[in-house]
Design a protein around this ligand. Structure first.
Ligand SMILES: *Cc1c(COP(=O)(O)O)cnc(C)c1O
Length: 428
């Protein structure tokens, strides 16, 4: 028995499904969980010593690469000063100032420990600010696992084909309306009927949790116009896209100013950090300045803030992201041309340091289109890639991530390996 198999067997008896987060179980691709011992730069190394070029990168969090020197130095320095204070410390203020500078729509910010907390809290602020109950979300968008958002959710929920989760009361789920992503007509329809009851529209401005899906040019502007007209708020969930597709998030790329923004992943550089922020008068409603209660024992923890600050400081002049955008585009170009040569129907796209693929030749505009992709081919491709030492997210409904440690050499190596994997998968 390999070390991995023995750990997996032990894990299954003490952790539900052997994991602490569902997608890690590799169920969608029929594989086995990876048991990781070490991670360096662009590589993950499992307990059996197998090496993988990593395109999961802690689901997009580790944008500078694994065990990056700037991060480990900051963390080592911070840990010598204690692991948690439960009081305010300078790092929180510095990172808050930096985020407000990089994302002008954020005038005030509150740090939390997970994206789930960030979106849940942003929805609470929106409901308090508007005195309304309804939230509109889009099918296949994932906003964490709070009750309100486990309705037509993407990512792991979609991967496991779970219906809306048991344990979420119907009365709660009924307060969440859904439309297909990019479907402007159905958004108009729902706004006509219930626009004056909608507290907020929450959206992944660029989708990563149904696989990679780009908004149509009119989609986000329509959401902005309708929410303004009807007095609801627009929440951009940039937990995945923030500081990854551009420094100012996808809102900067799209030129749309949301009322509230949620952040996570890159902002903590692999530590449990997330945040929500936005217009000052909205954030002033949060306790203790206002009466919307939200708190956290470990919020703004000094270790996590030190890492987040080190990452954002490295990113802030924009050079790294510009470099990563080029490398990501050369990766997706290489993959697209390999697929063309093999006659495999593949749609592949990228923005900044985020990319994704769908096994279909049709345009993918929403979750329905994403589900029409060839899931069998994806599983075969995933397995063949893994055999060649390339780790992609183990689900067709996830995006992929490039870090600064993915050098031009690593990218070229990846293209070769993925082209081989594609050929074997297509012929299997
Ligand atoms: C990952 C993600 C979340 C949830 O963040 P967690 O830290 O896993 O709770 C929310 N929204 C989006 C867009 C995400 O990608």
């Amino acid at each position: 028995m390999s070390k991995s198999d023995s750990y997996i067997a032990r894990a299954r008896s003490v952790l539900p499904g052997g994991v602490n987060s569902p997608v890690r179980a590799f169920k969608a691709v029929g594989g086995k969980p990876l048991v990781v011992a070490d991670a360096r730069g662009a590589y993950l190394i499992d307990v059996d010593g197998r090496e993988f070029i990593d395109y999961v990168m802690s689901w997009g969090a580790t944008i500078l690469g694994h065990a990056d020197q700037r991060v480990t130095d900051a963390l080592k320095a911070a840990v010598e000063r204690g692991t948690s204070y439960g009081m305010t410390s300078p790092g929180e203020i510095e990172i808050a100032e930096l985020v407000c500078e990089l994302m002008p729509s954020i005038e005030m910010i509150r740090f939390v420990s997970s994206g789930t907390e960030a979106t849940m809290s942003a929805a609470r602020v929106a409901r308090a600010a508007t005195g309304r109950k309804l939230i509109l979300k889009f099918e296949g968008c994932y906003h964490g696992h709070a009750d309100s958002f486990l309705v037509a959710a993407g990512s792991g929920v979609a991967t496991l084909s779970l219906p809306d989760s048991p344990g979420v009361p119907t009365e709660v789920a009924e307060l969440t309306l859904t439309c297909p992503y990019n479907d402007i007509d159905s958004v108009h329809e729902i706004f006509e009927k219930r626009g004056d009851q909608i507290a907020a529209v929450i959206v992944e401005p660029l989708v990563g949790n149904s696989g990679f899906i780009r908004p149509l040019p009119d989609f986000l502007p329509t959401l902005r116009t309708l929410t303004k007209e009807k007095g609801g708020l627009l929440i951009f969930d940039e937990v995945m896209t923030g500081f990854r597709v551009s420094l100012g998030g996808f809102q900067q790329t799209a030129g749309i100013v949301p009322d509230l923004t949620t952040l996570g992943k890159v902002i903590g550089g692999g530590m449990p950090v997330a945040a929500y922020g936005g217009r000052k008068e909205l954030m002033e409603m949060v306790a203790p300045q206002g009466s919307v209660y939200q708190a956290g024992t470990l919020s703004g923890n000094p270790l996590t803030m030190a890492v987040g600050l080190a990452v954002l400081t490295a990113l802030k002049d924009g050079e790294i992201l510009a470099k990563l955008a080029k490398r990501t585009a050369s990766l997706t170009d290489g993959l697209a041309s390999a697929a063309r040569n093999l006659g495999v129907p593949l749609t592949v796209d990228c923005e900044g340091a985020m990319w994704g693929l769908h096994f279909t030749s049709e345009p993918v505009r929403n979750f329905q289109d994403a589900k029409a992709g060839d899931a069998k081919l994806f599983s075969a491709f995933h397995r063949c890639a893994l055999d060649r030492g390339v780790l992609l997210a183990p689900s067709p409904f996830e995006a992929a991530f490039v870090s600064e440690a993915h050098t031009d050499g690593v990218i070229t190596d990846t293209i070769d390996k993925l082209a081989d994997a594609l050929e074997e998968a297509a012929n299997s």
